[in-house]
Design a binder for this molecule. Structure first.
Ligand code: SF4
Length: 309
């Protein structure tokens, strides 16, 4: 059994008297010490999926389906039980804006020690130093205030904070956005090392190049649905779903052709319609795609498209 088994996860928000399904039937699994990348355009549901697994959905949002972590359904338990047994201890999340995750008036060391004392662990110097070492920061950084650190140091300090209680799963939501390429590479290295130490990672990003460096498998999301799932190399080098192919074609490379722009925009999620959600933008659409949405493929590798029936 995989460490994490997500089955038919859906999330709905209340909007204008109706419901908007931001995540629709996400199904995937993740092994111990493995990394799954989740990619797609803005508002495709990837951050909502991460927040659902972290039990951090805003008030009014509802979820369905299951997410079994080491056999325990973390979506079925009450929020209080999740906070007591899983939040930060077994599942931790890293957000993109490191500066807003750190308090500007305390040193990094004070903030890391506070996490430990809040969870009744005592401010153990060994645990703090260990978490800092995992992200490649030395003890001197503990005496620094956030404004004295570079963007890369801040992001790595936030990852260290997430690691303090030894989580099994780290969800990183756009952890390299707004960082320069050299710092992105440092953060990618930190995430790779986490996997090597047995921590599983879900990396949410729009950056396929980053995923090809870090992820073992990739899920591509479009309009709330996973439209392609497979090994990272297959998804990046031999994409099947027309949307994945468009994403790959839009990714700049040093020696390849200029990136191709995908025209159009995703459907209104409050009224996604009955057809394949990608149909208005798909150059390969058939009559069948209008009459019937492509079925979910299931398994570790699939493309949700009639071309791969
Ligand atoms: Fe395009 Fe049809 Fe495949 Fe949808 S099901 S992506 S419209 S070919």
């Amino acid at each position: 059994m995989a460490m994490l088994e997500v089955d038919s996860l859906s999330v709905e928000y209340a909007v204008d008297g109706g419901r908007l399904r931001a995540v629709d039937g996400a199904t995937f699994s993740l092994g111990e010490g493995r990394a799954l990348g989740i990619a797609g355009e803005s508002a495709c549901g990837k951050s909502t999926l991460g927040m659902a697994l972290m039990r951090s959905l805003p008030a009014g949002a509802t979820h369905a389906g299951s997410a079994r972590l080491d056999g325990v359904d973390i979506l079925a338990m009450g929020r209080r039980e999740f906070d007591a047994t899983h939040r930060w201890k077994r599942v931790a999340m890293v957000f993109q804006a490191a500066m807003s995750s750190l308090d500007p008036v305390y040193t990094v060391g004070d903030q890391l020690r506070e996490v430990l004392t809040e969870h009744g662990r005592g401010a153990g110097g060994g645990e703090v130093a260990g978490a800092m070492a995992k992200v490649g920061l030395d003890g001197g950084v503990l005496r620094m205030y956030p404004h004295e650190m570079s963007g890369g140091m801040r992001q790595r300090a936030v990852i260290a904070m997430a690691l303090l209680l030894g989580p099994r799963l780290v969800i990183a939501d756009e952890p390299t956005t707004a960082l320069d390429v050299l710092v992105q590479s440092q953060v990618a290295g930190v995430l790779r090392r986490l996997r090597e130490r047995g921590t599983s990672v879900i990396l949410i990003t729009h950056d396929l190049a980053l995923l090809s460096e870090v992820a073992d498998s990739i899920a591509i999301m479009y309009a709330g649905q996973i439209v392609e799932l497979g090994a990272a190399r297959d998804v990046c080098e031999s994409p099947r779903h027309p949307y994945t192919r468009a994403l790959v074609a839009a990714t700049p490379t040093l020696d390849g052709p200029p990136p191709a722009h995908l025209a159009g925009s995703p459907p209104d999620m409050a009224r996604p319609g009955a057809a394949c959600r990608f149909m208005p933008r798909c150059a390969e659409a058939m009559e069948k795609c209008r009459a019937d949405p492509p079925a979910f493929g299931g398994g570790a590798s699939y493309a949700r498209c009639w071309l791969y029936e």
